[in-house]
Structure formats: structure tokens, C-alpha cells
Design a protein around this ligand. Structure first.
Ligand code: SAH
Length: 395
């Protein structure tokens, strides 16, 4: 593991939230100073209005978008097609610094990088960039902290600090895209220096419950998927929205008609256990969450992922695999697959990952119900970059 310290001295964040009581849910993010407005918060129409409000010609908005989304440039010096005065004006107003790198860690022979960012108000969030043979995935945060309080998740234990803005979400991807252009991510075997890697997949599996920060999350998805130069031009299919199962949020996403992949963090097929592992279950039950996920599939044709962290002797019983298999199969064929993942124990946790044989048995039982099931690999464990570890040990 190598670690690159931040270039500039960085103030440590103030403690922001108190630990939530077990089971306590926080929907409303505490009010803090809003992050400065940024180009990536705005739709193309809003950008034009913003540029005109600054006293410049509307078409400058498109030029600025081309620099940011297509060339990944936010340094006014490099925007030579814009008159000097216009450049500095637009950059000062629409391209404020949102993310300051605090720590950057490398793992898996340079194929995984974790970034910790300081936001304008001192809140810390993290992203993880991972290279696979045929894709590059970035795991991004959508909130500083999280209000969903899942007891096995480090972020959940820290409480919710605040919602991130659309631009703060997008900037994580833009930073990653720039790092790839500079050739900072190693490995993969098919090294091709002529054609730098691109971010192919974005997963909302960092800190936060994105559907609880709906407007910003959708804004970010639009910026990621809008064709350049309005956005980064990514395929919606490469984007995964992961949720604890906020049913109204899932239904809203269904209505958007953007074919992102939906991942439902189920972790238990029965309400009794899920009420404890994923406290939102006390509002929307297993069946209600699965029905919403199935509606999502029906509307978008996108196969839904079920996430299931296997926790030794807690949720890894054969009968639970069978119950899950039955519930999924009862809703149809081909609409879902299950992604079990060995629990990545958080510091001080009383829980640990399932034994190998138990994990295998769980997988086989699901498959016996006709449910495609693949164990998700864990990356970046040695840099606290793995699932549920983000923010546990920054700096
Ligand atoms: N709020 C979203 C994103 C959370 S992180 C959600 O709940 O889906 C993405 C996934 O990592 C979720 O499935 C979450 O339950 C899982 N996760 C959290 N902590 C984990 C841990 N310690 N080990 C394994 N998976 C974990």
C-alpha cells in the first residue's frame, strides 16, 4: 500500500454528528452551509441562464460545458477559446473548487485507488476507483455520512452529516476520469497507452443513501449520462443505484425512465431479521421492497441486483437462502440476480463473514431456485476502501 499525502495542508473536519441510537432513522439532512453552485448542478438551460445573468453571451455556457465535461478542464488558463475576462468570470462563478483531496491510497497492485475528499465545509467523503479486465468502476458517495443506520455498515454508524450536491457527486467521477487520462490506474493486462481508460461504471455504493438525496442524485445521473458536451456521455446501463429500499424513491426512479441498474440491499429475506439489519425495513417491508424492485424491472427491463452481505450465523442459514429464492422466484423469471458479498467487518463489530462452505451452500441453494447468483469480489480491503468501510478510517 502506498499513500500520497494531500498537497496542501488540510484542516481536520469537525465532528459533525452524534452516533444514532440503534434503529433510529434520519431522513432530513442537518442544514449546513450550502456548497457553492457549480456548472454540474445545472441543466443546459439553467447554465445558459446563469451565464447570461453574469452578463455574458448565452453560447458561452456550451463552451464552458465542453471544457468541463468533454475536455475535463476547469482551469481557466486552458480555455483559450474564451476571452480572458470571460474565462475568469465564468470559472469563478461556475467552477468553484468542491473537492479537495485529503488522502489517496493505492491497493491491489495499483488497480484500486481510494480517495478521501474534504468538502467546502470540512465534511469528508470517499470514492473508490477500481480497474477490472474490461471495465473501470468508480464507487461514489452521495451523502456525507448516512441516516439509514444499518448496524454492520461503518457509514451508517457515523450518522448523517449532510446531503451532497449534484456537482459534488459528479466531481468524484470527473476527478477519476482525469486520473485515468493521466494513466494513474494500473493493471488489467490490456494496457493501451494510446487510448486512455475511461470510467465505464459508476456505482452509488459509497457513503450515503442516494435515494434519500433524490434531487441531487438524479441531477448527477443526468450530468453523467447526458451526451457531451452537456454531460459526460456515459451509458445509463453502466450506472448502479444502490438503495436500502426506500420504496417511494424506487418508484420515483422507475418513473424517470433512465435505464440505470437498481441494486436493493436486502441482507435478509424475513422482516424480523431485516428490521434489525436494515432498519428502513420497519417502514417498508421485505415484500414491499421486492415488489418495488420488480416494478422497476418491469418498467425498465433492467435486471435488478439483490445485495446480501453474508454475516456468520446471522443471515447465512440455508433456510434463509431458500426463503429468499422462493420470494424472488415467485415474482417471475429473469428479473433479478443475487450478489452475496462476504461481510467486511467494521472495526469493533461483533459480526464477521460467513464460513466458506456456508457461503457456497447459500449460493447453491439460491441457484437451485433458478436465481442467478454471483459472489461479489471485495476490493481495497487493506485500505479501508471496501464496502461499508468508507469513512471508518480517513487520514
Ligand atoms: N445506501 C446504499 C449504499 C450503501 S453501500 C445501500 O444501502 O444500498 C453499498 C452496499 O454495501 C450496500 O448493499 C450495503 O449494505 C453494503 N455494505 C455496507 N456495509 C457493509 C459491510 N460491512 N460489508 C459488506 N457490505 C456492506
Amino acid at each position: 500500500m502506498t499513500e500520497t499525502p494531500a498537497p496542501a495542508p488540510v484542516a481536520l473536519p469537525e465532528p459533525t454528528t452524534t452516533r444514532p441510537e440503534p434503529g433510529q432513522l434520519t431522513f432530513k439532512a442537518p442544514r449546513r452551509g450550502k456548497p457553492p453552485r457549480h456548472l454540474a448542478d445545472l441543466s443546459p438551460t439553467e447554465r445558459k441562464e446563469a451565464v447570461e445573468a453574469l452578463g455574458h453571451k448565452g453560447f458561452r455556457a456550451k463552451q464552458l460545458s465542453t471544457h468541463y465535461f468533454e475536455r475535463l478542464v476547469d482551469d481557466p488558463e486552458q480555455m483559450t477559446d474564451l476571452p480572458k475576462g470571460v474565462r475568469s468570470d465564468l470559472a469563478a462563478d461556475l467552477l468553484p473548487t468542491l473537492l479537495t483531496p485529503v488522502v489517496q491510497r493505492v491497493a491491489d497492485d495499483g488497480q484500486t485507488m481510494k480517495y478521501a475528499w474534504r468538502l467546502h465545509d470540512g465534511a469528508i467523503v470517499e470514492s473508490v476507483l477500481m480497474r477490472y479486465p474490461k471495465r473501470v468502476t468508480i464507487c461514489i458517495s452521495s451523502q456525507a455520512g448516512c441516516g439509514m443506520n444499518c448496524p454492520f455498515c461503518a457509514t451508517g454508524q457515523a450518522g448523517l452529516t449532510r446531503n451532497m450536491s449534484a456537482a459534488e457527486i459528479v466531481e468524484q467521477v470527473v476527478w477519476a476520469a482525469r486520473a485515468l487520462r493521466r494513466g494513474e490506474l494500473a493493471g488489467g493486462g490490456d494496457e493501451d497507452r494510446e487510448h486512455p481508460l475511461r470510467v465505464s461504471n459508476v456505482v452509488f455504493m459509497g457513503m450515503g443513501e442516494a435515494l434519500a438525496n433524490y434531487k441531487a442524485a438524479i441531477g448527477a445521473i443526468r450530468r453523467l449520462t447526458d451526451p457531451a458536451p452537456d454531460g459526460l456521455g456515459m451509458s445509463a446501463r453502466g450506472i448502479t443505484m444502490s438503495t436500502v429500499g426506500l420504496v417511494p424513491g424506487i418508484d420515483k426512479l422507475t418513473a424517470e425512465g433512465i435505464p440505470v441498474t437498481l441494486a436493493l440491499s436486502l441482507h435478509a429475506p424475513d422482516d424480523e431479521l431485516r428490521n434489525e439489519l436494515v432498519p428502513i425495513n420497519t417502514r417498508w417491508s421485505v415484500d414491499e421492497a421486492l415488489d418495488a424492485a420488480h416494478r422497476y424491472y418491469e418498467a425498465t427491463g433492467r435486471r435488478v441486483s439483490i445485495e446480501y452481505a453474508l454475516i456468520r450465523d446471522i443471515n447465512d442459514h440455508g433456510w434463509r437462502a431458500d426463503l429468499l429464492g422462493e420470494k424472488l422466484a415467485a415474482r417471475g423469471k429473469g428479473w433479478v440476480h443475487v450478489n452475496p458479498i462476504p461481510l467486511n467487518p467494521t472495526p469493533g463489530s461483533k459480526w464477521t463473514a460467513s464460513r466458506q462452505g456456508v457461503e457456497q451452500n447459500f449460493v447453491e441453494r439460491l441457484r437451485a431456485h433458478g436465481i442467478p447468483t454471483t459472489i461479489r469480489d471485495t476490493r481495497g480491503q487493506d485500505i479501508d476502501g471496501a464496502c461499508g468501510q468508507l469513512a471508518a478510517a480517513t487520514a
